[in-house]
Design a protein around this ligand. Structure first.
Ligand SMILES: *[C@@H]1O[C@H](CO)[C@@H](O)[C@H](O)[C@H]1NC(C)=O
Ligand SMILES: *[C@@H]1O[C@H](CO)[C@@H](O)[C@H](O)[C@H]1NC(C)=O
Ligand SMILES: *[C@@H]1O[C@H](CO)[C@@H](O)[C@H](O)[C@H]1NC(C)=O
Ligand SMILES: *[C@@H]1O[C@H](CO)[C@@H](O)[C@H](O)[C@H]1NC(C)=O
Ligand SMILES: *[C@@H]1O[C@H](CO)[C@@H](O)[C@H](O)[C@H]1NC(C)=O
Ligand SMILES: *[C@@H]1O[C@H](CO)[C@@H](O)[C@H](O)[C@H]1NC(C)=O
Ligand SMILES: *[C@@H]1O[C@H](CO)[C@@H](O)[C@H](O)[C@H]1NC(C)=O
Length: 431
């Protein structure tokens, strides 16, 4: 684990250098143009970049839009191939002569992002452009370069991130749904357990975990939602929410207004524990990770509880290890299903009255391991070799108490891998 993390850090640094050296790049692909793993598109004023990034753990790569010049606190605003990692560095983005936008790669068919549904003549001026809003579009342009028609846009295919101007809701003309889906694990952008949707009937935002509602925003009234940016009126005022409801579409969108010109950026990221967080302003938008089913504060939904869990019980993140108390009553089980993330392990452990802790099972932080029965938790934040990453239940007395400040440092040191990982780890430590 430790050595692979170090390796990944190196890849990450290479990645950082590459995009910096292309900071003054082009923002547009013309038919026949390509973008390979060592080149980037940069939006007109340099705000966003688009390029392949490598996931050091899996040696796979993803085509992503991200905020430029954010140092190592990048998050990926959009990923083209979440479900289909590409062997690094074989991916090439192409707008071909037939005006199809696709990613070609070694070892698989091309991934088609857009293919023209009509025949365009060779002088019809189709181009693919990365805009300053973070939207990557295929458009038909006028001879003076202005947009004539948008044919395809990344904003119609959200990942785990909502940028100002993106929509959540439904396009009634074709039934297309705009919603966010969390990553499956800290290392994998594959669609995971949490979604953020706009409910067009109730006019509320909803966070669901594998289809079950965990959090609701409250109805939209006077330009506000009761449980969006709860309790923080000053920050709430910085977001301008709007909804549209008509025969063509029903959606929620927002813009960000601020007094401080430097920190204009905003991007809402739905993390792997169900927390919706503004990556740029560090403001919490919604905390579905606080929803245990016994509480309804902050927009949490209630659901049926196992009799052994009580109001106030929760999991906390600690570094250390479990020591068996009596071997017959110290049971350790695991599940190597790679579709399971922390939140799934959390649910399973919560619903099992004997479970006192859990962690991910596999190196890529998927799967679950569980501690059942009698274990003593030993906190150990000093020894790198035995550093563990786990949640424990409140009723175990010797888990409670100490500050997690040290913990936060050591964890962000260990998990440098994908920049967003660092961000998400620090979000999880706050649960
Ligand atoms: C990308 O293209 C450039 C220019 O053609 C080339 O020099 C570079 O080696 C290519 N990079 C990769 C990873 O294929
Ligand atoms: C463009 O479409 C034509 C007809 O379908 C096909 O023969 C040709 O190979 C395509 N060109 C590219 C670059 O895909
Ligand atoms: C566009 O030009 C290419 C060669 O540059 C040619 O192969 C293709 O048939 C042309 N397509 C149309 C629709 O005219
Ligand atoms: C560009 O051309 C289009 C169509 O010809 C026109 O409507 C538009 O006003 C022009 N924009 C500028 C900035 O000249
Ligand atoms: C909020 O956004 C709406 C729709 O974009 C706009 O009409 C309105 O002027 C904005 N209000 C503020 C205070 O920026
Ligand atoms: C901040 O927002 C204002 C108004 O929306 C805009 O004019 C300005 O360019 C933005 N600044 C940055 C740094 O993005
Ligand atoms: C793995 O977990 C996923 C998500 O809970 C589940 O849908 C799937 O059936 C599981 N697979 C196996 C083999 O148990």
């Amino acid at each position: 684990m430790a050595s692979s993390s170090r390796l990944s850090l190196v890849f990450f640094l290479i990645f950082t250098c590459l995009w910096k050296s292309h900071a003054a790049g082009r923002d547009t692909l013309k038919p026949g143009d390509t973008l390979n793993s060592s080149s980037f598109l940069v939006s007109k004023t340099g705000k966003f970049s688009l390029g392949f990034f490598e996931n050091g753990i899996s040696k796979s790569s993803y085509l992503a839009v991200f905020h430029s010049n954010k140092g190592n606190s990048i998050s990926y605003a959009w990923i083209a191939n979440r479900k289909t990692p590409i062997l690094y560095p074989t991916g090439v983005l192409t707008l071909d002569k037939n005006n199809s936008l696709k990613i070609t790669r070694n070892g698989g068919d091309p991934l088609l992002l857009y293919s023209a549904s009509e025949i365009f003549t060779n002088n019809s001026n189709i181009v693919a452009t990365l805009l300053d809003s973070g939207n990557f579009i295929v458009q038909q342009v006028n001879s003076n370069g202005s947009t004539k028609r948008v044919l395809w846009q990344s904003f119609d295919h959200p990942g785990d991130c909502l940028l100002p101007g993106m929509k959540l809701g439904v396009d009634r003309k074709n039934g297309h749904i705009w919603s966010l889906t969390s990553w499956s694990s800290l290392y994998s952008p594959e669609p995971g357990p949490f979604t953020l949707d706009w409910d067009p009937n109730e006019h509320q935002l909803k966070i669901k975990q594998r289809g079950k509602i965990r959090w609701s925003s409250g109805v939209f009234a006077n330009g506000r939602f009761k449980f969006v940016v709860p309790g923080d009126e000053a920050n709430k005022m910085r977001y301008n929410f709007s909804i549209a409801s008509n025969e063509n579409e029903d959606y929620f969108t927002y813009t960000y207004t601020t007094v401080d010109d430097q920190s204009n950026a905003s991007e809402w990221v739905l993390n792997i524990m169900g927390r919706l967080h503004d990556f740029d302003t560090k403001v919490d938008i919604a905390r579905a990770d606080y929803c245990y089913g016994y509480n309804n504060d902050g927009g949490c939904e209630r659901w049926e509880q196992p009799s052994c869990r009580h109001v106030g019980d929760k999991f906390v993140l600690k570094t250390g290890y479990f020591k068996p108390v009596t071997s017959s009553n110290s049971i350790y089980t695991s599940d190597s299903n790679t579709s399971l993330g922390y939140s799934d392990c959390k649910d399973t452990c919560w619903n099992d009255c004997g479970c006192v802790g859990f962690n991910a099972r596999l190196n890529n932080l998927t799967g679950c391991q569980f501690w059942n029965g009698k274990w003593e938790f030993i906190e150990d934040i000093t020894d790198d070799g035995t550093q563990l990453f786990l949640y424990t239940t409140k009723p175990t007395p010797n888990i409670e108490g100490k500050s997690t400040n040290h913990l936060r440092l050591s964890i962000s040191y260990e998990f440098h891998i994908v920049p967003q990982v660092k961000n998400q780890i620090s979000q999880i430590t706050n649960i």
